[in-house]
Design a protein around this ligand. Structure first.
Ligand code: NAD
Ligand code: TYD
Length: 369
């Protein structure tokens, strides 16, 4: 039996991880610490909030005293660290909070873990600090280059990826310097339920439902490697249970797509879904393009993102061979599940898009042609 502290558990991947963990390990205690920034939403934890072994704390990972208290009082043995500022575009327009949360915040957690686990001796022998990172720390790939392996040198290009790279290095340093028992996973782009609609896939789905433009940055030929979010949770579970201390594991499903092809595919799937389920036209009367079978008419090309990474791709051979990791969801089934989830959960996505989000997104697209 484990006592988990999950930071950022009200965000996209954190909430899916909490669902996954409680379903698979109902005897474990799961404590969530989340500041509930614009990206965190308690509604994403509705289905677990009444579970007897689940507790939520609203708080900041930079509050080292609070983290120490949680580690001590709940006798935490496993800390799974998701909390972060995670959107590249926001890191370009306002990098400070990325430095604060992703670097100072991660360091605050490491200091608290060192104090309680190593100095006070609570769970000294059995603790684990698992750090959730991204493939973006490796920089960008040309079309013909091999995918990122764990040995690829770090070369982050955005304030977001640079702040994640810095946090990865701090986690590594706390292992080597102080003996903290750490593991890190670097995952490719995730998609699935509870994904905040500023990121590409949920933005496309929710914009089609509101008959809003589908903005493609630059030429749309950038490539991302997509993984269903539950498969990420499954990978983290394996790293926690079987990963070697001090090691990093890449998690991915060998699923590279150009952005323009993702956009076209989602338009096509939405057109088909509206044709197959005429009731959707009543539920989303404003979605006139997709009702007419022409979601693709909403596509617009906008200015490219600054320093836009051309291609990400994960080489997952280490986690495949050493941990037995294999994703379970195909892209076809995962995307369909995701799309149906957004069609059924308008309440969730319309409520998370509050005034500040709308204002921010309108500023971003003011340059749209
Ligand atoms: P998200 O933006 O959806 O959620 C982040 C969560 O962290 C939110 O609930 C937010 O309230 C919380 N948070 C932010 N600042 C905090 C603070 N100071 N104290 C406490 N909580 C705070 O992010 P996500 O997409 O779920 O990503 C989770 C983690 O996975 C991040 O570390 C990210 O770098 C990493 N990651 C994401 C992807 C992806 O495709 N989204 C891929 C690989 C790795
Ligand atoms: P995003 O979901 O922001 O993830 P990341 O930048 O971390 O990979 O973006 C995925 C890709 O989609 C990225 O190449 C940027 C592009 N993109 C668009 O073309 N239009 C959009 O409106 C958004 C949000 C992203």
């Amino acid at each position: 039996m484990k006592n988990l502290l999950v930071t950022g558990g009200a965000g996209f991947i954190g909430a899916n991880f909490v669902h996954y963990w409680i379903e698979n390990y109902p005897q474990d205690t799961v404590i969530v610490l989340d500041a509930l920034t614009y990206a965190g939403n308690l509604k994403s934890l509705n289905s677990v909030k009444d579970c007897p072994n689940f507790q939520f704390y609203q708080g900041d990972i930079c509050d080292t005293d609070l983290v120490e208290t949680l580690l001590r009082e709940h006798r935490i043995d496993t800390l799974v660290h998701f909390a972060a500022e995670s959107h590249v575009d926001r890191s370009i327009s306002g990098p400070d909070v990325f430095i604060q949360t992703n670097i100072i915040g991660t360091h605050s957690l490491l200091k608290a873990a060192k104090k309680v686990w190593l100095e006070e001796g609570v769970n000294r022998e059995i603790h684990r600090f698992h750090h959730v990172s991204t493939d973006e720390v490796y920089g960008t790939l040309e079309a013909e280059e091999p995918a990122f392996s764990e040995a690829t040198p770090y070369a982050p290009n955005s304030p977001y990826s640079a702040s994640k790279a810095a946090s990865d290095h701090l986690v590594r340093a706390y292992h080597h310097t102080y003996g903290l028992k750490v593991t890190t996973s670097n995952c490719s782009n995730n998609y699935g339920p509870y994904h905040f609609p500023e990121k590409l896939i949920p933005l496309l789905i929710t914009n089609i439902l509101q008959d809003k433009p589908l903005p493609i940055y630059g030429d749309g030929q950038q490539i991302r490697d997509w993984l269903y979010v539950e498969d990420h949770a499954r990978g983290i579970d394996l790293v926690i249970r079987k990963g070697e201390l001090g090691e990093c594991y890449n998690i991915g499903g060998i699923n590279e797509w150009t952005n323009i092809n993702i956009v076209k595919m989602i338009c096509e799937l939405m057109n088909r879904e509206f044709e197959a389920q005429p009731i959707l036209a009543n539920r989303y009367p404003q979605a006139t393009s997709v009702i007419a079978g022409k979601a693709q008419d909403l596509i617009i090309f906008v200015d490219d993102r600054a320093a836009h990474d051309r291609r990400y791709a994960i080489d997952p051979r280490k986690s495949n061979s050493q941990l037995g990791y294999q994703p379970q969801e195909s892209f076809e089934t995962g995307i369909r599940k995701t799309l149906l989830w957004y069609l059924e959960n308008e309440d969730w996505w319309s409520s998370v898009m509050d005034g500040s989000y709308r204002q921010w997104i309108e500023q971003q697209y003011s340059t749209a042609e």
